[in-house]
Design a binder for this molecule. Sequence first.
Ligand SMILES: O=C(O)c1ccc[n+]([C@@H]2O[C@H](COP(=O)([O-])O)[C@@H](O)[C@H]2O)c1
Ligand SMILES: Cc1cc2nc[nH]c2cc1C
Length: 359
Amino acid sequence: MLESTVAAIQPLDEAAMAAARELQGRLTKPAGSLGALEPLSVRLAGLAGACPPPLPEPAAVAIFAGDHGVHAQGVTPWPQEVTAQMIANFLAGGAVVNAFARQAGASVTVVDVGVATPIPGADSEESADPAGPRLVAANVRPGTRDMTVTAALTRDEARAAVETGIRVAGELIDAGAGILLTGDMGIGNTTPSATLIAAFARVDAEAATGRGTGVDDETYARKVSVVRAALARHEPDPADPLGVLAAVGGLEHAALAGLILGAAARRVPVLLDGVIAVSAALAAAAFAPDAVGAMVAGHRSAEPGATAALRHLGLEPLIDLGLRLGEGTGALLALPVVTGAVRVLHEVATFDSAGVAEK
Ligand SMILES: O=C(O)c1ccc[n+]([C@@H]2O[C@H](COP(=O)([O-])O)[C@@H](O)[C@H]2O)c1
Ligand SMILES: Cc1cc2nc[nH]c2cc1C
């Protein structure tokens, strides 16, 4: 499934992009006045192979959740159980992602791809609201292994998680989603994110590592040395993305890479959230360089590694608000920008049709 998905990912359609550029030039606004929205609209036309491309509706957030063996190294102050507890909060509709999803009219799907502790209330008989958040049980293993000691995952485990992401992308698109938004939950997951970024973007451990949920100086120093130790132990080879994900990744990172590949193969845009998403996007781009055509960077996470990853991908984020929450929150806030970029091509009059004089 991974190989056939990668093989299905094709370059953007040049004719549709040329048509969108030409249309942008005829709309009743000075050329270039919509800034980054103009090239975004062109790229989305190229992805859809149509001008105008479809409005990116409805939107679906997929939150992949996993735990991390490297938690044992003291890289985060939060207990591991918070991952499962926050899933219960997502399913009850009480997290920031739920508030923003309601605002954006987006569905929320939570995927347990590797949570280590029981999800409170997950086995309850209570009939769930069919329009409310949904839980997909796809646990590959209860958290990764500690990457400072051994590979976080076997290649088979990493593949299973990637294929879960591909499957979820296909299901959401089959159910009608016009855009997928990445979400994540995993206490400790900014450490594997930093390690993936250092490995794929070839930046130093310190440049790739940030303070995650807000760690103190002592924990930050430990975190950088954990990233360095994992890189030294595994010497991850960016030409072997499955190997990199297995050595130093997380189950949610692997699944997010799969979601991105699945969206790109179906030519549906995928709106990236923060540092976890962009580290997974590096893996997706290593599998299939043309997958970058489907990626839209929602925001610039406060994590420094996110900026390094976006630079490597050649993506400019749509918004920059200093967010560092994850869950898909930054992607949801950026969604109206993406919709606006496409709506312009559908609804704005041309100089000719509106009788507005050109310079
Ligand atoms: O999205 C981001 O850029 C982001 C930046 C910092 C932290 N997070 C979230 O915080 C958790 C990981 O932080 P930490 O400090 O435990 O590695 C995880 O659940 C992420 O969703 C997310
Ligand atoms: C409370 C909390 C909420 C989160 N949402 C995403 N990561 C998180 C980490 C913590 C600790």
